[in-house]
Design a protein around this ligand. Sequence first.
Ligand SMILES: Cc1cc2nc3c(=O)[nH]c(=O)nc-3n(C[C@H](O)[C@H](O)[C@H](O)COP(=O)(O)O)c2cc1C
Length: 508
Amino acid sequence: MAGIDLEQFRLRRFVEHLIAMGEVDIHDRPVALADMSAIIEGSTNATLFKDAGPEHFEIVGAVGGSRRRHTLAFGTSDERNLAQEFGRRMANMQPVVDVPQADAPVQQVVMAGDDVDLTKLPFHMQHTYDGAPYLSSAIDYTLDPKTGRRNVGCRRLMLRGKTTMLSNLTQMSDLKRMFLECVERGEHLHLNFAVGAHPLDFLAACVRAPVEDEFVTVASVRGAPLPMTRGVSNGLPVPADAELVIEGYFDKAGYTEIEGPYGEFLGYYGPAHVDPIFHVTAITMRKDVLHQTVLHGAVKIARTDHAHQCAILTEARIRHVLGAARIDPIAVYAVPSASGLLHARVSVRREAPGQARAVISSLFAIPFLKHVYVLDEDVDVFSDEEVEWAMANRFRADRDLVTATGQRAFPMDVTMSNDSTTTKAGFDLTGPLTRTGVEAKTTHAPHFEGSAHYKSVEQALGARPMYFAELMASLGSKDGREIAMELDRLRGHGALARSKDGEWVLKT
Ligand SMILES: Cc1cc2nc3c(=O)[nH]c(=O)nc-3n(C[C@H](O)[C@H](O)[C@H](O)COP(=O)(O)O)c2cc1C
């Protein structure tokens, strides 16, 4: 197909890029499918298994499991402003283009009809108490049978039989709504899952804001046209450049069988519950398919793919909400170890009293965001060390804590009450506006840059009172001891004084 690059957003190409950037642990030796999750969870890097299971699969895990790898996925170098980059791309819509089946790499190998065999795919145990082996990295592409609207989401798949799987359609989603409508009409819901995708596709699949066409969302987040072809068994859309596709349908019988339990993305198990059966009608893949697994639940949540996807989307939402309240934040960070969803840190310029409270009350409106930390601009919101410092030195619980009870809880939040609500908290970690002078400043090592402005201490202090470091800088000193001696000489002549804040002053 002329004009469209079917390799550019291929998972394998991105993983090669990550390898070049030192972001991937490569395991050349044989590894059992059952051992992969512990290895993936044990590293802050992505993991590439070159020889997994008896079939010698090539499988990559945790591709999107860090902010840096998401930054590389966006093709930028600015880790802090991914939400702005995401916003720019969402505002610049990209098209969806048709690729003939013959040109679609994802259909180079086809298993259809009696050849369908899910046991030939690397479903594996991800968490100790999972109900069965899973494929966790499936992105569903669906046409709403009623309206034709194009929908994308991300779903886990539990191995059930040679041609059947279970997925989780518990929480409200567009896909669940479509499925319930199909069940009511007595119809199966046909759709296709892509397995093995670029991190930007996962990000796009998790956008919750209502958009008219979610295929366009995937294209826009990529910043390039999205190549789609037709499924071999159902003619429904599939991404032509995916690594692998599973085609089929959710059974019109509705919710019939237990799925789970499953290690959820807040770090606890989601319970076993009744879900629909998915019947597989075809599996297609690239000749040199790279399989993918997504690290889902873990105690070190910041190593999981979704923590960073959620963080970028939460940060985008926070910027949107603050923009509407006419608050221009210095920096915004949704903390990945709180699943990128529950904790946000925002730094703002020191302004009139009440600024931090305005941020907190605006952000309480964001569903599921539970704890909001507001900081001054001298604290780096991306640094756990600095935020912990601000908590210790700028926060007093009786004065700086704002709470709101009866708030809608995230469905998997184990702290929620029986009525599904929780309490939100805002932590005002900004410093008191009453503190002034040197006591309002935080301690940092001095930096001496630039050239000398004055020839002597006397001349420098003749211009204005100065802190010692200012004196050094204005005289171009890289030592300081000679200046202390010169101050001693001036003191001896009765020409030296100190300001209340400790600046050196020349008596006139
Ligand atoms: C790796 C991963 C797995 C997910 N698995 C599920 C799932 O099994 N069921 C579900 O309802 N949501 C799941 N989600 C969340 C949905 O994909 C997300 O809410 C999406 O926006 C739903 O799309 P939809 O409303 O267009 O159907 C998952 C997200 C990620 C990142």
